[in-house]
Design a protein around this ligand. Sequence first.
Ligand code: AVJ
Length: 322
Amino acid sequence: MSEPELVVRFTEEDAARELRTEVRVGLTDSPKWLSPKWFYDAVGSDLFDQITVLPEYYQTRAEQQILQQRALEVAEITGAATLVELGSGSSEKTRLLLDALRKNETLERFVPLDVSGSALRAAVESIALDYPELHVRGVVDDFTSGLSALNAGAKRLVAFLGGTIGNLLPAERARFFAAVRAALRPGEWLLLGTDLVKDPDRLVRAYDDARGVTAEFNRNVLRVLNRELGADFEPENFRHVALWNAEHEWIEMRLRAQRPMRVGLPELGLTADFAEGEEIRTEVSAKFRHDRVRDELAVAGFELHRWWLDDAADFALSLAAA
Ligand code: AVJ
């Protein structure tokens, strides 16, 4: 077995600096906002894992089903030698792709990229153990800014799964697709997971589950700010809100102040005042239709080659050619 490598392009200090900058902007804006990437400390990552097995949250199972049915086709069509996975997290679904590419005998290299160094280290080690012939090179980076990891390897397939693309606002999404395309050569591929527009009640339930796991996941971002910035948010005084924005076709998560509050963020020299009922937008999770995916990819210079759905047609996996 060749030893797995781990390259750190985004350090804890980088993350801390970015958090401070963003919180300063987001909490002095009107309406207030925070970006969803701060959900994922150890507690938040664990809560997200719990979300993925909730009865209301169909996305993870749906994407898994598509990958089970289609991974071999992905391998045959792409003949990829390098699998790059953006936002790989624990890399569970990745194994379906790795197995298929290995069966196809084209796979040489796996490059998972994630902002969480700890999650990535664990994933890289377990993949390296199970795929001893594979060159594994983990890259700790923020996929929205750093795509330098893509420089490694030939015949690349870039996988961006889980519907995480939905967390980007339309302009960010356009920049992201363009940056991925610019990093690829003709004949290379993008595999993209997107959640689909559906009955708003089902969507809202997927983000406001009966057991309140998503509510805790949402409030956890306030605990992250308390710990990282010495803030004194009282998470229990914020109500979890999930709503369908029909105009933009996205789910929004918000945290609503249950009473007027003044929150101190001493490390930023900032106080944030909340009126009763005032909200912080903490996440946008866009839902897609076929034509929008095709068109946005086309604008970036990708051609949609395959569009696969799960049996319930809840989620789509797109294979696009650079
Ligand atoms: C990990 C971004 C795909 O948007 O559905 C789950 C995160 N937020 N429940 C999503 C999430 C609330 C999730 N993604």
